[in-house]
Design a protein around this ligand. Sequence first.
Ligand SMILES: [Zn+2]
Length: 397
Amino acid sequence: MVRFFIMFFAVCTSFLLSIPVAQAADFGDRVADMAEINGLRVSSSEKKVRVVVDMDKSVDFTVSALSAPGRVVVNIPGAWLSPQVKKNMDIGSRFAGRVRIAQFDKNTVRIVVETGMGKDNYRIFSLSGGASPYRIVMDFGDIGPSSAGAEIKFPSEDAGSTAARGTQESGSSVGTAPAAAAGNVSGGTAAVPAEEQPEPAFSPGISGKKITIDPGHGGSDSGAIGPTGVTEKSVTLRVAMEVQRLLTAAGAQVYMTRTADVEVSPKRASATDDEELQARCDIANQNQSDLFLSIHMDSFTTSDARGTTGYYYAKGTAAGQQLADAVRAGVVARLGTESRGTKSCNFYVVKYTRMPATLVELAFISNAAEEKLMNADDGIHKAAQGIVDGIGNFFGK
Ligand SMILES: [Zn+2]
């Protein structure tokens, strides 16, 4: 499942500097269909500070950094700040001093975190599902995956709850260099974004290729759920297992992030969102895969949304986009679904894998016809064959 959001980058920091950060003003009632910001949470450990902003629906947001004094500013257009939210919190950490949140103007909520951290030491991304319908997460400090999140948990996100984790593909970083620099991370789990990759060159054909297949969600995270109760995690696993069979038969070395209804992180249900997603990236990265494919089912609030979408990392290689396009086209041709196109994104798993990567939303599980299609063996087989067709076309004959 994916929420629809678009990232905007603030381009004029001098403009921001000229504006008072927290205007005390009454902007009146919430406008219909605006997102309600209904929570601000802060947690800190020796290694990092996490600020979470909760809201009732997905939003667009921009991130900008200011210096002297150092601040990170997040603007959320189309948002209304609930009066119940505490407006000013002292963090008192070496990573961040204070966070303020305010209704900046009639339509915009602004969050300002006082921090001296450089862009390699903070990460801002969004998550959906779980503790709240949608939230913006801001991490400051040691944000390398070797330390990510382990010490910081909010009670509502603890293990054991089936709602513990948001939809996994929604982890989205914007406006920052996302991971620690190479010297900062131990082991094989460094999260290096795709923009540092060279364009790969492949020999033709699937045979001999190393391919990592990632069935979305699993275990305590069911993903989206269809009108008759079919879970996204079950569809993605069934398709992935068939893709594994077809690719193996074609001579590929296939790595699966999971082959059962489980979380991928060794921490299982107690893993944070980024730990769970990084564990999936690690399998592809540590095996030096030639490509990575994450399989998902889409979902939307209205039942008529339908079709297939291919996603690639916005700042990744051209090969990533070509892969996303080929897989999406292959699925559409076999399944007979409507094409929703190939789109750029900031999803965690395509961002932190170091090879051409795509996330495919096969169809909408929230649509009764597509739920039925993807709960039947015929749909499973066609989707898998479409994916393999696309991979074959990507590598060429
Ligand atoms: Zn999903």
